[in-house]
Structures are given as structure tokens and as C-alpha cells.
Design a protein around this ligand. Structure first.
Ligand code: SF4
Ligand code: FES
Length: 359
């Protein structure tokens, strides 16, 4: 029997003012008229809390684009949940944040695309840097804890020291430096985004030195560039183990990228309860535990550490979601990743970034 989830990632909308090419949301975004209603979300929050979830992450897209956000925050707070607002900062005025804080936002996670105005706005596709800096100052004024989140890739990895300095300047308690994961839209831009070995070799020690220097003041979490590693990441700490995601249209996902696994039948909150989906659905039970594994994972001692890696990546690169994650050096498909690195990591002619725009 699965344990209860810790948290709910509520993707309130896919609409977003930014156009980042590294976006891991699906290629086909949920349109506004297919989004869950306010009543639907209130019911989802009730069900998540009843299931045991204590954290609600309000995310997107940009959650500030939902006019019912204050009501949703207040309801999540009334259930006793820790409420995290995950935002680009665009649209976060001082008054708006003050109102959201008074209704129960406990924490703000702010995205930052690069350390400089020019770099940030080029990657975001709009002028957003100044608004992010301002949003961070509003968060500080409200006395809320702040996490800065930067997705790393070939276009910004050389500025890692500047990114750390920027997060310090913004007063963040926590900085997440996460190398791009190639799902959804990001997969299209892999040849523009894959970092080089030289960039990673430079970034690693810079991050480690900053982690030492800032210990006790700002926590720095560094998510590896797994294509370059010998072992995969422990994706989601196991499938359907800790958190569930509800997409803007009500699809309930064992991991935020799970729609890439086209063989998976996804349940929806309009048709079933979160309780039934979490405990009994084929999608959530597909890769729980170890029985689904094939060799080499099945007989590998590291399976308790990395759970065989990422199911979405296994499906995308091999067509079999139960395969060993091909980034693993023990995978029979590791040559697929090596070929990608050889051909896409630093191509002679770098293609242009396909910016993310909602049609
Ligand atoms: Fe992890 Fe499977 Fe590779 Fe072992 S064989 S290290 S369990 S991915
Ligand atoms: Fe879906 Fe890793 S992103 S299991």
C-alpha cells in the first residue's frame, strides 16, 4: 500500500507571460477554456488535504493569471496547508502580494532566467528582469521566505557565479540551480540547451564553494545535468511516492511530465477522486515499488537509491517506460544518450531557440 502524499502541485494554468525555451510543460498546452473552475480546484484541495497532503504548490504557467488565486490561497490556508506560490514575478505588485500573504501564502518561489537584465530577458523572451527584482523586494518586505529558482543550460551556465550573487542580493533563503530536464517543450530545444562538459566542470566547483560560504544563510540545491552522469537522478524519489500533480485541465499526474508517456492512461479529477486515483489507478501504480523493473535495475543494488531513474526519460528515449533510464551507464541504451551528446552538445551550427508561445 502506498504512503500518503506530502504535497500537491496544482498547475492552475498553462498560460504564462514568459516564453522560455526550456519549458518542460507539454508541447500541447491546456487552453484557458479547458481549465478547471474555481469550484473544481476547491474540491481538489479538500481531497488532497483529506489524502494527507500538507503542502500545496500553486504553479503553472503563471498562477497570478488566475483571477481566483486569492480565493484558492485562502482555501488552501484554511485547510492548514503550507502554501507555496511559484511565480515568474510578472504581475506581482506590492498590493497583490500583501493581499495574497494576508490570505495565507507562506512562501514564494521566484524564477530567474539569468544573472543580467539582458541575459534574463533574452531567455524569458520578454522584459521581465526588473519586475523580478522588484517582486523579490516585495517578498522581503512582507517577511516571506523566498526561493529563487534558475533552470540551467548552455545559455546561462557560464554565469553561475552571477546567478548566485543575484540570489544573495535578492535576499533568498534558498537557491535552486536545476539543470534543464528534457521533457515537453524543452526537448525541442535540446541542441541549444545541452551544456558542454567544460561548462559543467566550471560550474560544479563554483556551486560547491558557494554552498560552503553561504551555509546557514542561503541553501543552494544543485540538480545535476543527468545526460552527463553515470547514474540517473532519483526522479520524484520514486513514482507516485511523495507528490501528485494536477494539470490545469484536471488530469492527475504521478509526475509533472507524465503526459509524455503516451501509453499511460491518465485519470481526471472530473471523473474520480484523488483518493481513488492515488491508491488505485493503473497510472499511479504502474511503476511503484520494484516489481515492474527489468534488468539491469531489477538486480542492481542502486535501485533503492535511484529507483531506476526517470520513467518519462526512459519512455522518450527508448519507447519503453519500464526500461532502465538510458542515462545509466549500465543501461543497454546508454549509447542513445552518448550519441545525443556527441551530435547535439556543441553542434557546429547552433539552431535558434524555439520560444514558448501559447497559440
Ligand atoms: Fe539505477 Fe537501474 Fe542503473 Fe542500477 S541499473 S544504477 S538501479 S538505473
Ligand atoms: Fe516523469 Fe521523471 S519526469 S518520472
Amino acid at each position: 500500500m502506498a504512503e500518503a502524499p506530502f504535497g500537491l502541485l496544482a498547475e492552475l494554468t498553462h498560460r504564462c507571460p514568459l516564453q522560455c525555451g526550456y519549458c518542460s510543460n507539454p508541447v500541447e498546452l491546456v487552453r484557458r477554456d479547458a481549465e478547471l473552475s474555481t469550484e473544481d480546484w476547491l474540491r481538489v484541495f479538500d481531497q488532497a488535504r483529506a489524502l494527507g497532503a500538507l503542502q500545496i504548490h500553486l504553479s503553472g504557467g503563471e498562477p497570478l493569471l488566475r483571477p481566483d488565486l486569492p480565493e484558492l490561497v485562502a482555501h488552501a490556508n484554511s485547510l492548514g496547508c503550507y502554501v507555496n506560490l511559484v511565480t515568474s514575478g510578472v504581475g506581482l505588485s506590492r498590493d497583490r502580494l500583501r493581499d495574497l500573504a494576508s490570505r495565507g501564502v507562506d512562501h514564494v518561489q521566484l524564477s530567474l532566467q539569468d544573472a543580467t537584465r539582458a541575459g534574463n530577458d533574452r531567455i524569458a523572451g520578454i522584459k521581465a528582469f526588473d519586475r523580478k527584482v522588484q517582486a523579490a523586494s516585495f517578498v522581503r518586505e512582507e517577511g516571506l521566505p523566498l526561493t529563487v529558482n534558475t533552470v540551467l543550460h548552455r545559455q546561462n551556465l557560464d554565469n553561475i557565479a552571477g546567478l548566485i550573487a543575484m540570489a544573495e542580493e535578492m535576499g533568498a533563503e534558498r537557491l535552486e540551480l536545476a539543470n534543464t530536464q528534457y521533457y515537453g517543450w524543452a526537448l525541442r530545444n535540446r541542441a541549444v540547451l545541452l551544456p558542454t562538459r567544460a561548462q559543467l566542470a566550471h560550474a560544479g566547483p563554483v556551486v560547491a564553494a558557494a554552498q560552503d560560504r553561504l551555509r546557514g544563510r542561503m541553501e543552494i540545491v544543485y540538480v545535476i545535468a543527468d545526460y552527463h552522469e553515470a547514474h540517473p537522478k532519483p526522479c520524484m524519489y520514486g513514482w507516485g511516492a511523495r507528490q501528485l500533480t494536477v494539470a490545469p485541465n484536471g488530469d492527475v499526474l504521478p509526475c509533472p511530465a507524465a503526459t509524455v508517456i503516451s501509453s499511460l492512461r491518465i485519470e481526471n479529477v472530473r471523473e474520480a477522486s484523488l483518493h481513488d486515483i492515488w491508491y488505485s489507478s493503473p497510472s499511479f501504480n504502474a511503476f511503484r515499488g520494484f516489481d515492474w523493473m527489468q534488468d539491469p535495475c531489477r538486480s542492481c543494488p542502486r535501485k533503492e537509491v535511484d529507483f531506476g531513474g526517470c520513467r518519462c526519460q526512459a519512455f522518450q528515449l527508448t519507447g519503453d517506460a519500464a526500461a532502465t533510464d538510458p542515462v545509466c551507464s549500465l543501461s543497454p541504451d546508454r549509447s542513445t544518450v552518448d550519441l545525443i551528446l556527441a551530435t547535439e552538445m556543441a553542434p557546429a551550427e547552433v539552431p535558434a531557440m524555439a520560444m514558448r508561445k501559447m497559440r
